[in-house]
Design a protein around this ligand. Structure first.
Ligand code: SAM
Length: 206
């Protein structure tokens, strides 16, 4: 499916539901397309896709990143998740069905195991908001626990967080793995976490 065919198919799925969750991706197509393509560029620049044959995307939404990853890695073994709330939401469901990949429900809770059903080469998540949706006000998400848990299943993790400001909220142990594209505006700006299992295991915490 070419990008043009993909956009046409998503537009059809969106149909008259112009204000439903997910429809904003069609209304602001260029913006989301730019963001997701930038993620792919960044993954390539950091050699994150080298040797990768299986990927889990957490909180896929309409699945645009999955489409691009599948274009990038022919034959990719790709699975994705959404929370129960979104799993059967018509636009998300229709759009993800297009990818013809296994999709299941996952809700990440702070400091609790994800209990993924299998291993993958890489886990990706963009603007998945688990680091704030499951949190009581004022409590900071425990990325140390979460990354330890991730690396039971995968060798690489790529996250675009929803944080775009100073990044003061991130704890010291995660700073070596943070990236912020200074000079770029929305939708690419934001704090990214890019880390391999080896880098994580060899980190030195002060
Ligand atoms: C704003 S959408 C982002 C969708 C897509 N990744 C994107 O970048 O366009 C937020 C996603 O986060 C997921 N999500 C929200 N809270 C979550 C949690 N606690 N654990 C796992 N996924 C969560 C939802 O399923 C939803 O797909």
């Amino acid at each position: 499916m070419t990008p043009e065919q993909y956009k046409e198919a998503l537009t059809k799925i969106c149909g008259h539901r112009k204000m439903d969750v997910g429809a904003k991706y069609i209304r602001h197509w260029d913006q989301f397309w730019l963001e997701k393509n930038y993620c792919i560029d960044l993954m390539k620049e950091r050699n994150m896709l080298q040797g990768v044959n299986s990927i889990l995307e957490v909180g896929a939404g309409i699945g645009m990143l999955g489409y691009l990853l599948k274009q990038e890695i022919p034959g990719l073994d790709f699975e994705h998740t959404d929370t129960d709330e979104y799993l059967n939401e018509p636009i998300y469901k229709g759009a993800c069905d297009l990818l013809n990949s296994k999709r299941y429900s996952l809700y990440i809770n702070d400091s609790q195991p994800m209990n993924l059903p299998r291993k993958y080469d890489m886990l990706v998540a963009t603007r998945t908001v688990f680091d704030r949706e499951c949190m009581p006000p004022g409590v900071v998400f425990n990325y140390r626990y979460w990354l330890d848990d991730c690396f039971k299943y995968v060798d690489k993790v790529f996250v675009k967080t929803n944080y775009q400001a100073s990044g003061k909220g991130f704890q010291d142990y995660i700073r070596p793995f943070l990236f912020f594209p200074h000079g770029l505006g929305k939708p690419r700006r934001g704090w990214y976490i890019i880390v391999t299992k080896e880098q994580w295991n060899n980190r030195v915490e002060r």
